[in-house]
Design a protein around this ligand. Structure first.
Ligand code: PEP
Ligand code: MG
Length: 321
């Protein structure tokens, strides 16, 4: 089987009925790009920039960040690279920021919340990204967006830094897409409004599931509630995809669910445009998608939205696809 998958490295990801979707990879460091290319990734769907900030004693400089982003963009050679701005907090700590301990870190001061408050950190990262933007196909994505206000504020800061750089005579790409992670239920519910203002969505199911089911993604005692196939999750996913398409935007997914073999037929049928997963899952997913007829699935898949349980959904997919 592995040998069969290996033949697909340079193939496009096309369903049996000829519809293209994008299979891209999640990375944490510039070194990870090698694995993406070896496994036939069509781009990077999530560059988790936290790793640049972790395992050290102070913040990375603008120069260090610029080097890392430029390296990734150059190595990806014009293929899309979605870089997520700093998503620290929750399970990802930065001791040198001396943040106070919280009762509920996953519901607390993290990601975009921290960046909008500690703007020096945010602006430094944005400047590094903007400067790197001319070296490839950069898309910038904000994590943990809960309200339109947060998105507007983050985007305004980005545009401010862009204007400053341009005033300094620094070249900045004019075609950078600006999108958000949809990983908080409020944002999925409001996706129709967001879709008018963002360039794309990337659904972060790792967090979206935990927040929708109110089940800590790290807590084994409640892991039975961590249900990617729960119709509640699938309905939210559909809302996000439909909202994006209605405004002519694209919707991807960068949570673990995007590479899951039960989820893939459902997501394909719901119209997901981009699947971002660990590089080692790409060829298997490509092989699976090549055997699925998208239009045919579309006709039956919406049934799962009206099922009662995750188990029922899983059984349906196993029998049908
Ligand atoms: C997610 O929440 O689905 C996601 C991709 O982000 P992370 O796993 O880094 O929180
Ligand atoms: Mg997340």
């Amino acid at each position: 089987q592995k040998a069969e998958w290996a033949k697909l490295v340079n193939e496009q990801t096309v369903s049996k009925d000829g519809q293209h979707v994008e299979l891209v990879a999640n990375i944490g460091t510039p070194e990870d790009v090698k694995g993406v290319l070896e496994n036939g990734g069509e781009g990077v769907g999530l560059y988790r920039t936290e790793f640049l900030y972790m395992g050290r004693t102070q913040l990375p400089t603008e120069e260090e960040q610029f080097d890392a982003y430029k390296t990734v963009l150059e190595r990806m050679d014009g293929k899309p690279v979605v870089v997520r701005t700093l998503d620290i907090g929750g399970d990802k700590e930065l001791p040198y920021l001396n943040l106070s301990k919280e009762m509920n870190p996953f519901l607390g001061f993290r990601a975009i919340r921290l960046c909008l408050e500690e703007q020096d950190i945010f602006r430094t990262q944005l400047r590094a990204l903007l400067r790197a933007s001319t070296f490839g196909n950069l898309k910038i994505m904000f994590p943990m967006i809960a309200t339109l206000g947060e998105f507007r504020q983050a985007k305004a800061i980005l545009l401010e830094e862009k204007a400053k750089l341009q005033a300094e005579g620094v070249a900045v790409s004019e075609t950078i897409e600006i999108g958000i992670m949809v990983e908080i239920p409020s944002t999925a519910v409001m996706a129709d409004q967001f879709a008018k203002e963002v360039d794309f969505f990337s659904i972060g199911t790792n967090d979206l599931i935990q927040y929708t089911m109110a089940a800590d993604r790290m807590n084994e005692r409640v892991s039975y509630l961590y249900q990617p196939y729960n119709p509640a999750i699938l309905r939210l996913v559909k809302m996000v995809i439909d909202a994006a398409h209605k405004e002519g935007k694209w919707a991807g997914m960068c949570g673990e669910m995007a590479g899951d073999e039960i989820a893939i037929p459902i997501l394909l049928g719901l119209g997901l445009d981009e699947f971002s997963m660990s590089a080692t899952s790409i060829l298997q997913a490509r092989s699976q998608i090549r055997q699925l007829a998208k239009e045919e699935i579309k006709g039956t898949i919406e049934q799962v939205l009206n099922m009662d349980t995750a188990e029922e959904v899983e059984q349906f997919v196993r029998e049908k696809f």
